[in-house]
Design a protein around this ligand. Structure first.
Ligand SMILES: C[S@@+](CC[C@H](N)C(=O)[O-])C[C@H]1O[C@@H](n2cnc3c(N)ncnc32)[C@H](O)[C@@H]1O
Length: 333
């Protein structure tokens, strides 16, 4: 079977991926149900432990069949089965490049133990000598730049480490939240993964498409996408989300024609660099570098955004609550 790009297919990912003739994906991001009793439309998220582990091996093998030899494979998983995922990956010959912790605070309260505030994200490759890792595309401001004003700091910034705390989990009141799916991932997290482990025109596959975060971000970033999802209802809603992410103009100011796409990129950069709009506005040097990063990402060469455009737009998005809370900062007023 040929799995064509730029579609969200309804069905069981194991059956579909086992049926592909040729590897199609340059990058796979899988966020399966965690077997913790979440309420999904179709899937029952509480099965016998052994069945869940066997099933995990089945879908991981099916994904490997669809992954190109130079492909990368990211898997998000909770505490209960993280060790099993790692053991299965070793058995099937994947190489782990990072074991990332996505740390979020969500306001959950516990009564008798520490609140769980993280998810594991494994980063595997098929071939440890041949994979895409776009180092310069994901650099963020270093403490030398932000805090110590150290002249020796690399102006390009530093690579993020393997604890990611800058992507807030989406709560019900966030502008980005779709509301019809119980566990939507933040776009900024997927944007980092897609940016570093793929190039424009590559094919990104999500076997558990859910609300469609991976596919929508891939589409925004000019990659091809394939989503697989067992619920017809989620497929329909995710397709709508893709249509809404087209480059439609949004109300702007100044000379830039602001679009949904430009706003998304601005928001992702803001979270990745963890600098409040006030701090950024006060620091000309970093605002200049931030503007440069933005122009590079968007591909604005002849008519680039100016620092004052970025400052005005960020302030506007912040005032209309479209930026979401910034990790480690009291909200800007
Ligand atoms: C944790 S959610 C994915 C959320 C997604 N990352 C997002 O940001 O919206 C898992 C999804 O997998 C779907 N699912 C469960 N079993 C499946 C299967 N065998 N094939 C395809 N999809 C499946 C569920 O319906 C659910 O929407």
């Amino acid at each position: 079977m040929e799995l064509k790009p730029n579609q969200i297919v309804c069905g069981d990912c194991i059956e579909i991926l086992n049926g592909v003739d040729e590897p199609v994906a340059d990058l796979i991001f899988a966020d399966p149900p965690f077997n913790i009793g979440y309420k999904y439309d179709k899937y029952h998220d509480k099965v016998e432990k052994k069945n869940y582990i066997d099933w995990t091996k089945d879908w991981m093998l099916a994904c490997c069949k669809a992954l190109k030899p130079s492909g990368s494979f990211y898997i998000a998983i909770g505490d209960d089965y993280a060790a099993n995922v790692k053991v299965i990956a070793d058995e099937i010959g994947l190489t782990m490049r990072n074991w990332i912790i996505w740390h979020y605070t969500f306001g959950q309260q516990t009564k008798a133990k520490f609140a769980r505030a993280h998810t594991h994200i494994f980063y595997f490759v098929k071939d440890k000598e041949n994979y895409t890792f776009n180092v310069d595309a994901i650099r963020v401001f270093s403490d030398r730049q932000k805090r110590y004003k150290d002249k020796r700091a690399n102006p390009e910034g530093k690579l993020p480490d393997d604890v990611w705390d800058e992507h807030p989990r989406l709560c019900g009141t966030f502008d980005e939240r779709e509301g019809w799916h119980p566990c939507q991932m933040p776009e900024s997290l997927l944007a980092r993964i897609i940016r570093v482990s793929s190039n424009c025109g590559d094919c990104i596959l999500d076997p558990f498409n859910g609300s469609g975060t991976t596919t929508v971000v891939a589409h925004k970033m000019k990659r091809n996408y394939i989503g697989i999802e067992i619920s017809k209802q989620y497929v329909k809603e995710a397709q709508k989300r893709i249509q809404q992410s087209e480059e439609f103009p949004v109300e702007g100011e100044g000379e830039i024609n602001w679009t949904e796409r430009l706003d998304a990129e601005l928001k992702w950069l803001y979270h990745e660099n963890k600098m409040s709009t006030e701090k950024l506005s006060d620091n000309k040097y970093l605002l200049g570098l931030f503007t440069l990063k933005f122009n590079n990402r968007i591909g604005f060469v002849n008519n680039p955004c100016r620092p004052e455009d970025i400052k005005a737009r960020l302030t506007k998005l912040r005032k209309s609550a479209k930026l979401g809370p910034l990790r480690g900062h009291v909200e800007d007023k």
